[in-house]
Design a protein around this ligand. Structure first.
Ligand code: ADP
Length: 282
């Protein structure tokens, strides 16, 4: 994908996204939103093909839109709508024409996302977490087969983040594909069965979080250092954590090997694996 002006935002992206929860991980600027907008049929790629449940993205946009739910990163509500009115409006836009059927679907969805009690509140007066849940409700209201969620947990507190994740995981049991873009490793490790790591517009890793983690096996080290040594370590290796220990520090670094220090191997988690990959790429 090349933007006007010449920016290559995506290059040689070849991905197969299965049903269930799929995580698209990568730093800011990696190309995640661009890929999401293409998949959501909002933008045409400069070249290449996209096939969604057998539909060709270039020729069958209308069919694709009918099976697609999208929650963009900067989702906004119109000030004039109450929570239930907004959802009803979204349902109408998604082609749900029967009034009774729509009312039923709106009520059920408000229950599902935990907003039934605040349905009379104006949508723009909801809390951050509630707005996010209303955002996902509008993406799910017409029972789509593909749900695209861009940076869903940005700005949410930990409790809301977990709640939002669980909501998506629950919905993913219905044989749908949920594509979730994030720069937060924790969003992926706890819910996604398949993932891709993006960097500078290319796919740097594709597989399960477990596979990504196993590639960082033996690459995480724990070192005890004095204050002065710390600066040397920090200059040489990506440091993941620093904990005060006695008169010095205990640091965790990712590296193929550590020279000149007594380093103990440490079992990696997905965050370590992410830092390891990024250290290889940059
Ligand atoms: P991410 O979602 O991973 O942060 P984006 O897809 O937003 O990444 O951006 C990928 C690259 O494309 C970045 O270098 C960004 O500056 C550039 N980019 C994004 N949108 C546009 C646009 N509308 N016009 C030109 N360049 C863009």
């Amino acid at each position: 994908m090349i933007y006007p002006g010449g920016k290559h935002a995506l290059r040689d992206v070849d991905l197969e996204i299965p049903t269930g929860m799929f995580g698209l991980l990568g730093p800011n600027g990696a190309g995640k939103s661009t890929l999401m907008r293409i998949l959501a049929a909002l933008m045409e790629p400069t070249s290449g093909e996209v096939n969604i449940f057998g539909y060709d993205l270039r020729r069958q946009r209308k069919q694709i839109r009918s099976i697609l739910g999208y929650l963009p990163q900067d989702f906004r509500f119109f000030a004039k709508y109450k929570t239930h009115e907004f959802l009803d409006y979204a349902a109408r836009l998604s082609g749900m024409t029967g009034t009774r059927q729509r009312k039923q679907a709106v009520d059920t969805m408000l229950e599902t996302v935990g907003l039934f009690d605040v349905r009379e509140r104006y949508a723009n007066k909801l809390s951050g977490g509630m707005k996010r849940r209303l955002g996902i409700a509008q993406a799910l209201i017409h029972s789509p087969k593909v749900i695209i969620v861009d940076e869903p947990t940005t700005g949410l507190d930990p409790e809301e983040r977990i709640r939002f994740r669980n909501l998506l995981a629950e919905f993913s049991k219905n044989d749908v594909a949920i594509i979730l873009s994030t720069h937060i490793v924790g969003d992926i490790s706890s819910t996604c069965n398949c993932m891709a790591l993006m960097n500078h517009g290319t796919v740097a890793f594709y597989g399960s979080p477990q596979q990504m983690l196993s590639r960082a096996e033996g690459k995480v080290w724990r070192i005890k250092v004095t204050g002065d040594e710390f600066f040397e370590i920090d200059r040489r290796y990506p440091v993941i954590s620093t904990i005060p220990s006695g008169t010095g520090w205990e640091v965790q670094v990712v590296a193929d090997a550590v020279e000149g220090y007594a380093a103990e191997p440490y079992p990696p988690n997905l965050e370590h694996a992410y830092v390891y990959y990024m250290s290889l790429l940059n």
